[in-house]
Design a protein around this ligand. Structure first.
Ligand code: M6R
Length: 616
């Protein structure tokens, strides 16, 4: 949550404000309720900040034209203090010489603020962040240099931080520090250094990157970085690595085609990303699979879409002969799992690898109960990867749209691959079945491609659903994961209230809401639940519901009792139907996108949300 972008360079005539604003725009998916920039300009700090989105704030080039040599910007997702101008970052100290941006939460800020107020500091915001500026101010006044003042300050602050600090009197460097909030550095050796919350922010400028670790502080000079441990104070020798993914990943164009929104561009990436996921070397999965099979109790945990991928995955792994897996929402993990038995294992799923709730669950299981951790993550080097014994990186590549879609599809695919590898290594299902499942999994790439080609029907149904305030999504078995994902997408990007639940539960309560015209979406592939789904469709129809069904291309029975259908060209085999979650969810993700744009909304940046949820 919150995006940080900073720059220091020895290049002459650099448009610092414009470069920072562009970097912030590439991070706007992390938060977009206010933004600002602070730069050092001839011994003083220039500050411009406002509430609203960056494009509006920068009308008439207000941010671009800020004069200065180097500086930092921030795009905010409010936690402490409303999204108004005085709470926007950067924040300054009482002297106006120190500027700071922060991503994370200072948990003991109330105590620190009280002490600082008693010592006469003037607070201009309601944020937790501002305590940093005044603490640094005090350490500078005591004679510490800027780096040591930052070190002393972060030692006093409990919680999570990615911070960048500039000082009007130190024109040749700035300081960054990190703990549990992401901060990455980009370098053009000898010329420029960038700091950001995520790599895509500086990808158009450089591919040389360093990922800062927890409890590290760094001095950034033009084209040069010095990294120190916060506690031991020792200088570390860390070399940059080359970022392998393409700049396209952070732009709205794909194969020369320009898309209006990241969400639709990223949905168009799904077929290729599934293909890449299926092709990862099988041996990459072996450590992961062995850990699962060696454990006495296996949990799977995640949040949001990643949790729905986890639900599909746990089912697939067990179906392939792996153990039964307990799925627990990461935000509930500590409360619902008061004890883990010896030799437990937790599989954690996360696109960002930075979700605070997921990290809390993993650290609790690992530190308190000695559990092993296996994670499936999309962002290389993210926090979750550091707390894991085995990591599987998904092939989705950078996902900019706040609503996850290609990450979900690759997560489900990766979990299916794990199930199949377990089956291969432990002979839990026949070799022939493994081959059939693998073919079916590989075919989901072509099926999603086909769905994109034939998207007309999805658009048409989007037009019919767009004006409803409530929609039910019903499914049984593994398809529930697709229904849950579809319901979440519609909520997020189209602001329609949705509920997804097991179709058999209707008669236990939810059917009370059904009256003439109430829309119900059934996810009904022809699997072992099909006949029971017919009964569920009928009980809805007979009470006046309008039924929309996701069915196979050759479906007849559910089609004949539905008002509208979207037909998916599954391969004609049990294995293809068992692998139906990705195609079904993909249809619903596309539908949510079309409804969002038909309603004139911004599908990339839904209100109140941010991509990477780094607060609990
Ligand atoms: O980065 P993560 O996968 O850990 O994020 C988990 C959820 O916050 C995320 O899936 C969220 O629900 C998305 N907005 C879904 O579209």
């Amino acid at each position: 949550m919150c995006g940080i972008f900073g720059i220091i360079s020895n290049k002459s005539n650099l448009e610092v404000g414009k470069l920072i604003r562009e970097g912030l725009e590439r991070l706007e998916y992390r938060g977009y309720d206010s933004a600002g920039i602070a730069v050092v300009n001839n011994g003083a700090i220039e500050l411009r900040k406002k509430s609203g989105r960056i494009a509006d704030i920068n009308k008439n080039g207000w941010l671009d034209s800020i004069p200065g040599q180097f500086g930092v910007g921030h795009t905010r997702w409010a936690t402490h203090g409303k999204p108004v101008q005085h709470n926007a970052h950067p924040h300054l100290d009482c002297t106006g010489k120190i500027g700071i941006v922060h991503n994370g939460i200072v948990e003991n800020y109330q105590d620190l603020r009280k002490e600082l107020l008693l010592r006469g500091h003037d607070f201009k915001s309601d944020t937790d962040t501002e305590v940093f500026t005044h603490l640094i101010e005090e350490f500078i006044a005591k004679g510490f240099d800027l780096k040591d003042s930052v070190i002393q300050t972060v030692k006093k602050c409990r919680g999570a931080y990615g911070v960048v600090v500039i000082h009007a009197d130190t024109p040749d460097y700035m300081i960054v520090a990190r703990k549990e909030s992401p901060l990455v550095l980009g370098i053009i050796p000898g010329e420029s250094t960038y700091c950001a919350s995520d790599i895509p922010a500086f990808l158009p400028l450089t591919r040389e990157a360093i990922i800062l670790d927890d409890d590290e502080v760094a001095i950034l000079k033009p084209g040069e970085v010095e990294i120190y441990g916060v506690h031991e104070g020792k200088k570390k020798n860390i070399s940059p690595f080359e970022v392998s993914y393409s700049i396209d990943a952070a732009q709205k164009s794909l194969d020369g085609v320009q898309f209006p929104w990241y969400m639709i561009k990223e949905l168009h990436e799904v077929p290729q990303k599934i293909k890449e996921q299926v092709q990862i070397p099988q041996t990459d999965l072996d450590g992961f699979c062995k850990a699962i099979m060696d454990a006495d109790h296996v949990f799977i945990t995640a949040a949001g879409s990643s949790y729905y991928a986890a639900l599909a995955g746990k089912f697939q792994i067990t179906r392939c002969g792996g153990p039964y897996i307990d799925a627990v929402l990461c935000s509930e993990f500590v409360d619902l799992v008061p004890k883990l038995s010896k030799n437990s294992l937790v599989i954690a799923i996360s696109q960002s690898g930075e979700t605070a709730d997921t990290i809390e669950a993993v650290r609790y299981a690992r530190d308190k109960w000695n559990a092993k951790i296996c994670s499936i993550v999309n962002v290389v080097g993210s926090s979750l990867t550091r707390y894991s014994d085995h990591v599987l990186i998904t092939t989705a590549g950078p996902e900019i749209a706040v609503a996850s879609q290609k990450a979900f599809c690759t997560q489900v695919t990766a979990l299916s691959l794990i199930g199949l590898r377990i089956a291969e290594l432990h002979n839990t299902i026949s070799k022939n079945e493994v081959t059939m499942y693998k073919e079916a999994l590989a075919a989901t790439s072509k099926i999603t491609q086909q769905i994109l080609v034939e998207q007309g029907k999805i658009k048409e149904i989007a037009g019919k659903l767009m004006d409803f305030e409530n929609v039910y999504f019903l499914a049984r078995g593994i398809s529930s994961a697709a229904a849950l994902e579809g319901a979440l997408k519609l909520k997020e990007v189209a602001y329609i209230h949705t509920e997804a639940y097991a179709a058999g539960e209707s008669k236990h309560g939810p059917i009370a809401l059904i009256e003439d015209g109430f829309p119900v979406i059934f996810v009904s592939p022809p699997d072992e639940t099909y006949d029971r789904m017919i009964g569920n469709v009928m009980e809805m129809k007979s009470r006046g519901a309008v039924v929309y069904s996701i069915v196979s291309a050759t479906d007849e029975k559910i089609t004949s009792i539905s008002d509208y259908t979207i037909r998916i060209p599954f391969l004609d085999s049990k294995y293809a139907i068992d692998t139906c979650v990705v195609p079904c969810a993909f249809v619903l993700q596309l539908m949510a996108y079309f409804i969002s744009i038909k309603k004139g909304l911004d599908p990339d940046k839904p209100r109140n949300l941010a991509k990477s949820v780094t607060v609990k």
